[in-house]
Design a protein around this ligand. Structure first.
Ligand SMILES: Nc1ncnc2c1ncn2[C@@H]1O[C@H](COP(=O)(O)OP(=O)(O)OP(=O)(O)O)[C@@H](O)[C@H]1O
Length: 302
C-alpha cells in the first residue's frame, strides 16, 4: 500500500519557492530517510504532509486520503516535530497521559509507562520534564508520536542530542515499529544512522529531490567508478608487468605493488577481465575488495 504520495507538491514563502515540485511515493512498512542540508526544505515538506502548513500548489495523499481531507486520517499519523517543548512541571508520564487524553487515544497508565521504557526513559518516568536534556525531550517526543498506535510516523531527527547508546536504543525501537508494518518517514543528519536504518532514502537539495532509492541504487547513481583492490602473488615479475600493461590499456591503475593492485572500474563485470589478465600472466589471487561510496560521500559530493 502506498502510504505517502505527493504530486508536484510546492510551497513558497513570500514568493520564495522552498519546495519546488516533489513527486514521491512511500510504501507501507518502509523506514524512509529524508536527507538534505540545512534549509533544503525538509521540514516544510513534512509540515505540508502533516497539515501544519498548506501547499502553494500540487496534491498529496496520506494513507490513501487526499490532502483536503486530512482530518480523516489524523488519528493514524504520529509526528515528532523538529522542536518539541513540554509543560515543565509535568513528569514524563503525566505529560504522555495528558497528551493521549487530549488526542482521544485510549491507552492505560501502564501502556504509557511501558512506552516510556521502550524509548529509553525508564529512569525518568516520574521526573519533571523541566529537568530533561535535549536528548530526553526527543525520547519523550517520540513516545508522544507513537502513543496513539499510528500507522504512519514522521520523525524529525529522532536521535539528535542523544548519546551513542541512547541513539542505538532509539534505532532499535524504530526498527520494531517498522516490523509492526508501521511506516516511518524520518529526517536525520546522522548519515551513518540513515545508511543502517532506512530501506530507501531521498536527498533533498534546494527544494527538489536530487537522489532517491535504496542505498545500493544511490551508490550506483552517484558513483562514476568503483575502486577495486586485488590482493595477489605474482610468480614472475616480467609476466606481472605485462599483466599490468594489459589492464592499464583499458582502465586506470590507481596503485600497484607486488602484493596489491588497485584499479578504478566502471562496472563490477570488469573485475572478471582484470582477474583474467592477472591469471593469464601467472599471478595468484587471494582477495578482491570493492569500495562503494558511503552515504556520506554521496551526500557530500551531491
Ligand atoms: N514560516 C516560514 N516563513 C518563511 N520562510 C520559511 C518558513 N519556514 C521555512 N522557511 C524557509 O524555507 C527554507 C527551507 O526551510 P526548512 O526548515 O524547510 O529546511 P530544512 O531542510 O528542514 O532545514 P533544517 O535541516 O535546518 O531543519 C529556508 O530557507 C527557510 O528559511
Amino acid at each position: 500500500m502506498t502510504v505517502i504520495e505527493t504530486m508536484d507538491l510546492k510551497k513558497s514563502y513570500h514568493k520564495h519557492l522552498v519546495v519546488r515540485g516533489i513527486d514521491l511515493q512511500v510504501q507501507e512498512g518502509e523506514i524512509f530517510g529524508f536527507l538534505g542540508r540545512n534549509g533544503a526544505g525538509k521540514t516544510t515538506f513534512i509540515n505540508m504532509l502533516t497539515g501544519i502548513v498548506l501547499p502553494t500548489s500540487g496534491q498529496f495523499r496520506i494513507l490513501g486520503v487526499p490532502n483536503n481531507q486530512l482530518d480523516r486520517v489524523k488519528h493514524k499519523v504520529g509526528v515528532l516535530p523538529d522542536y518539541t517543548e513540554f509543560y515543565g512541571n509535568d513528569t514524563a508520564l503525566e505529560h504522555l497521559q495528558f497528551f493521549a487524553k487530549l488526542q482521544k487515544h485510549k491507552v492505560t497508565k501502564q501502556q504509557c509507562v511501558d512506552l516510556l521504557e521502550q524509548v529509553g526513559l525508564k529512569n525518568a518516568v516520574h521526573v519533571k520534564t523541566k529537568k530533561f536534556s535535549f536528548g530526553m525531550k526527543k525520547k519523550l517526543g517520540v513516545a508522544q508520536a507513537v502513543v496513539g498506535n499510528p500507522d504512519l510516523i514522521f520523525l524529525d531527527e529522532p536521535t539528535s542530542g542523544m548519546d551513542p547508546e541512547s541513539a542505538l536504543e532509539m534505532q532499535k525501537f524504530i526498527r520494531t515499529l517498522a516490523s509492526q508494518n508501521k511506516t516511518i518517514f524520518m529526517t536525520s543528519h546522522n548519515l551513518n544512522e540513515v545508511e543502517k536504518l532506512c530501506s530507501r532514502i531521498a536527498i533533498m537539495k534546494n527544494g527538489i529531490i536530487s537522489g532517491l532509492g535504496t542505498i545500493d541504487q544511490l551508490q550506483k547513481q552517484f558513483q562514476t567508478t568503483i575502486e577495486t583492490t586485488i590482493k595477489l602473488l605474482p610468480k614472475n615479475d616480467t609476466l606481472y608487468r605485462h599483466a599490468r600493461e594489459e589492464i592499464e590499456a583499458w582502465t586506470t591503475i590507481n596503485y600497484s605493488d607486488n602484493q596489491h593492485i588497485t584499479v578504478a572500474i566502471r562496472d563490477e563485470s570488469d573485475i572478471a577481465s582484470i582477474v583474467h589478465s592477472l591469471c593469464k600472466f601467472d599471478t595468484d589471487i587471494f582477495d578482491i575488495q570493492t569500495n562503494r561510496p558511503s552515504l556520506e560521500e554521496i551526500f557530500m559530493n551531491d
